[in-house]
Design a protein around this ligand. Sequence first.
Ligand code: AMP
Length: 217
Amino acid sequence: MIIMLLGAPGAGKGTQAVKLASILDIPHISTGDIFRSNIKEGTELGKLAASYINDGKLVPDEVTFSIVEDRLKKPDCDNGAILDGFPRTIPQAEMLDKFLASEGKKLDIVINIVIDENEIVERLSQRRVCPECKATYHLGHRPPKNGLKCDFCGTEVILRDDDQPDVIQKRFKEYHESTEPLIEYYKNKGNLIESQGVNGIEQSLNNTIKALINRKI
Ligand code: AMP
């Protein structure tokens, strides 16, 4: 089963995607993570991606799609995958549909994680990530136990470049212009369900699991 998580920046897609992938035993494909690891390794893709990401912009559709296409062709995706942060534009969604159809597959379910925008801005500005093992923290609700050191590997946790306040505003603008139209796109296709991303990770994940179990599609 191929599942995609949709939602505004900071809606908790990544956190839920990791947990769902583990529950369903299918790979988690995060375009944001793929870009970040390429940026860290200093690859050509990383250099290109950074020039967009650090400015709150989307990486071009063709570049992003070809990464996902290559990843979905790997045998570990035979039983499905959780797509996190892709597609983010209508052209990406169309390219994905075309590719999956050519493989005799389809995007089975799109889960739209709904959350209040003010809550997200607060969450993103307080978010810290471990650049080494990718653990995430919230300085208010879930800070590292030992100052700014990651609980798992001891590396100093950081504010993502794209979580800087001015970049957050640009990411929201980009979300409203390019990604939000996907809600209508998938509603029309009949594969969209909604989950309220409220009251912390556990409650949000419970909402998603309930939405998956109770879905009419
Ligand atoms: P994320 O971790 O999903 O929030 O992604 C971080 C950044 O990577 C985004 O703000 C975009 O600049 C870029 N990115 C991730 N996924 C995509 C995508 N599907 N299309 C274009 N850019 C993307």
